[in-house]
Design a protein around this ligand. Sequence first.
Ligand SMILES: NC(=O)c1ccc[n+]([C@@H]2O[C@H](COP(=O)([O-])OP(=O)(O)OC[C@H]3O[C@@H](n4cnc5c(N)ncnc54)[C@H](OP(=O)(O)O)[C@@H]3O)[C@@H](O)[C@H]2O)c1
Length: 356
Amino acid sequence: MALTLDTYRLLGRSGLRVSPLALGTATFGTEWGWGAERDQARKLFDRYTELGGNFFDTASTYTNGSSERLLGEFARTDRDKMVLATKYSTLRQSGDPNSGGTHRKSMLASVEASLRQLNTDYIDLLYVNVWDFRTPVEEILRGLDDLVRQGKTLYVAISNAPAWQVSRMQAIADLRGWSPLVALETEYSLIQRTTERDLIPMAREMGLGVVPYSPLGGGVLTGKYSRQDQNPVGSVAGETAGNRKSLNAALGWVTDRNLAIAEAVKEVASELGRTPAQVALAWTLNAPGVTAPIIGARTVAQLEDNLGALQVDLTPSQLARLDEVSAISLGNPHDVLASEHIRTITTGDMKVETLG
Ligand SMILES: NC(=O)c1ccc[n+]([C@@H]2O[C@H](COP(=O)([O-])OP(=O)(O)OC[C@H]3O[C@@H](n4cnc5c(N)ncnc54)[C@H](OP(=O)(O)O)[C@@H]3O)[C@@H](O)[C@H]2O)c1
């Protein structure tokens, strides 16, 4: 069924209405070597909002602050219609151990910096960006709740954290009457499905909307990568696409397995008369539990291409082929629990439906 950017979805267990594709703004600014200059970023913002898009993703440290500054500048005229999501916890100043991390001091300093950079009185959605394995969960939750009570953020959420910690946090927030986590931002695509083991089932059970990042595997799923890009330094392709190819190679995304998945995506795209980017995005968009994947466009042409995913309907046989080529082992205990033996000893011959 065709969707549009103004077919809004509720974010997790909240009443907040967001577009089914968010606009990632890590490409706003060129400080990281592969983004868009101001004018191009403005065009991305204008086109997305013109079509009813309202959900933006940034972080206090993206492109050294340019991402938030540009987003704030563009959103200024219609601020209250926009859902601005930002994040804290990544290091802002080397040499200062408290400028990063999930603790209160880093949280407050980062939020104040975001409010200044975004030039706004409030953030709509504040994510814990990266788990630091050091801060007590009560400190994080109570700190986030204080920010909500102060009106500095309306909702709180989390990204890049172990499923068991998020689940525990949500239970504590519920029992104490603190602001619940309403979203889980997590890497999820045809090349990154390990999120299906615990994170996505946890999010569905605990009321967090899933907001996938890197749905194109940094561009690998667009079909423009080849084995040459496994080590792009000095290659022609590496030079034409800036540092993104080097980054993707460094992240280990340009593997034989991932190139085979990209090939299968290309085949499905040609059957449908669509582009590989649209097919890969449509797969993530329509995956169970997903609220809104984040688009990472650098140009307006890429944005237009990616928005075409809203109109893609994958057939059951195409979904099955994509599922097969990208399959992962769920690992323990899921593989054991899915076995015939366990099914027999838990439900016997009875037909018992699964919850959710
Ligand atoms: N929470 C987190 O920790 C976290 C982490 C990463 C990202 N994010 C968020 O998620 C957003 C998206 O992540 P991402 O940039 O990794 O997403 P992605 O969609 O996997 O990759 C985007 C990149 O692919 C290329 N591309 C995009 N559309 C294309 C098209 N139609 N055809 C050809 N190439 C295309 C562009 O790179 P080139 O043109 O340079 O090849 C673009 O920068 C970010 O902006 C950020 O807001 C969050």
